[in-house]
Ligand binder design. Structure first.
Ligand code: ADP
Ligand code: G6P
Length: 483
């Protein structure tokens, strides 16, 4: 039976050594958390980077890593420190990430990084080819591997190749500024099916395809040589049942079985009957609008002083890409802003912002979602944003309000959220007031509609829709065998 090979830069698990002891933890980020359940249920394998560079590993550790990954149906692409510096921190996260998120001023185009990006994409191709049997399906993910579809196509035309981009595809005017735009475009066009989260990203991609490559585009199909490449949108969902049932199970726990985090929040709430909790959860990334959110919260407290002492913003940010300068600046700016707001407004009984800079276990995340009256998710630009969907899934009592940036892909589906422009502080502050004062009945109506959408369009239906579309394409193509 043919298998599906998932390929992404990062594997769904990350390995670390501490005094010779190996630790396994789940990778954070929409891609890893979203695809994990698909991978664990299926018969396929996952190819990617383990999170440790080759330079850090002794031969014994290397073997341990392989054994651990094998048990999780994962195969690693060994990457050196140089490659991580140039391909990952470099071209992927200093050129493509900012460019595709409209942060042009942050974008660096360095030849050495581009060369490394090409080399590493070739390395991934080699490993996939080694493990792919005739007729297998390969599903490639995200901006770190834009060249991989074509590299595989050239060497293994028997494979069915799907590509999904988890971040926005920018408008032609931005994409055209990349010196290696043609190589990137033709690289992706090696796939049989190219997927995006939203219709707008599809439009942008097709516009670049016809304007830069001069290829024929008919509706959502591109004629490329003797092949037709299908381009479509598949909004990614979450494992709704996992979040929803965890929230139900946590709520039913007796006092002694509750997590420390939940006990502390409940204790705090019972001491401060009027206290309301506003939650924000993100990777610490400049696309997420974290400083804007803090400034908007400060503006809110000044504009509506009646909320002083009654509302707390609980901000959870998971460390991310800390070697890239802009992420270091963002961390410093966030620390300063939190300090400024807390310094300005705190009383002995009230700290306006609770700020955690760390990763959290699934159980704690669920407790945070479930304990919050409002979720404030206001990225400046975001391919999808799964946190918004996770929040909705954990609301089991029919209350809770979602404030969501219209710049997130998820806003295209989540119309019943309070949609905001993250640059408009006035609107952010007013939306927060609206959310905190929203009658229970309205909360329930909005939430029910959101839950209906998020539970129906879950991660499984997303993956099935993509794979079914790919299978359909495969059935229309005459088989081609390698020489
Ligand atoms: P991105 O893919 O840009 O990181 P998403 O919102 O799509 O953004 O996905 C983020 C994922 O990371 C979610 O599944 C969320 O639960 C998880 N996550 C975010 N912050 C944390 C944290 N501090 N600890 C653990 N997981 C987190
Ligand atoms: C986003 C990207 C993923 C990436 C994740 C975490 O979700 O789309 O490709 O894996 O962020 O970022 P990191 O750089 O730590 O892998």
């Amino acid at each position: 039976m043919n298998k599906t090979i998932i390929v992404s830069n990062r594997l769904p698990i990350e390995l670390q050594f501490e005094n010779e002891k190996m630790h396994i933890k789940s990778s954070v980020g929409g891609l890893a958390t979203g695809l994990k359940s698909i991978h664990s249920d299926g018969n396929g394998i996952w190819v990617g980077w383990s999170g440790i560079t080759e330079d850090e590993l002794t031969p014994v550790q290397s073997q341990k890593v392989d054994e651990a990954l094998d048990a999780h149906k994962c195969i690693r692409v060994p990457l050196t420190e140089y490659e991580i510096e140039n391909y990952y921190h470099g071209f992927s996260n200093k050129a493509l990430w900012p460019l595709f998120h409209y942060f042009q001023a942050y974008t660096e185009f360095e030849l050495e990084q581009w060369d490394s990006y090409k080399m590493v994409n070739n390395k991934f191709a080699e490993i996939v080819i080694k493990h792919a049997e005739e007729g297998d399906t390969v599903w490639i993910h995200d901006y770190q591997l834009l060249l991989l579809p074509q590299l595989l196509r050239e060497q293994r035309p028997d494979l069915t190749i799907g590509f999904f981009l988890h971040i926005p595809f920018p408008s032609f005017e931005l994409f055209r500024t990349c010196p290696w735009r043609d190589e990137l475009l033709y690289g992706v066009l090696g796939a049989d099916l190219i997927g995006f989260h939203t219709y707008d990203y599809v439009r942008h991609f097709l516009s670049s395809t016809s304007r830069l490559a001069g290829l024929d585009v008919h509706f959502n199909e591109v004629n490329y040589g003797d092949r037709t490449v299908k381009v479509d949108f598949f909004p990614m969902g979450i494992d709704y049942d996992r979040y929803h049932s965890a929230a139900i199970e946590h709520a039913a726990r007796p006092e002694e079985a509750k997590s420390q985090l939940r006990k502390s929040i409940e204790q705090h709430n019972s001491n401060n009957m009027e206290s309301r909790l506003v939650l924000s959860i993100d990777r610490m990334d400049y696309t997420k609008g974290i400083p804007n959110r803090i400034k908007a919260f400060e503006y809110f407290l000044n504009k509506y002083p009646e909320f002083k002492g009654k509302v707390r913003l609980l901000m959870l940010a998971v460390p991310s890409r800390e070697k890239v300068m802009q992420y270091q600046h963002l961390k410093r700016e966030t620390d300063e802003l939190v300090g400024r707001v807390n310094g300005q407004f705190a009383t002995v009984n009230w700290t306006p912002i609770w700020y955690f800079y760390r990763s959290m276990q699934f159980d704690d995340l669920v407790d945070l979602y479930a304990s919050s009256d409002v979720a404030m998710i206001t990225p400046l630009r975001d391919g999808m944003n799964l946190v918004a969907k996770e929040y909705v899934a954990t609301r089991i009592d029919g209350n809770g309000v979602l404030i969501l940036s219209e710049m997130a892909g998820s806003a295209q589906e989540m119309h019943q959220a309070l949609l905001v422009n993250p640059n408009n502080f006035e609107q952010l502050a007013d939306s927060l007031k609206t959310a905190l004062e929203m009658p229970e009945q309205e909360q329930a109506i909005r939430l029910a509609a959101l839950q209906k959408g998020v539970s129906k369009h879950n991660v499984e239906t997303w993956a099935n829709a993509f794979i079914n579309s790919l299978t359909e394409i495969k059935s229309q193509i005459a088989p081609v065998f390698p020489d």
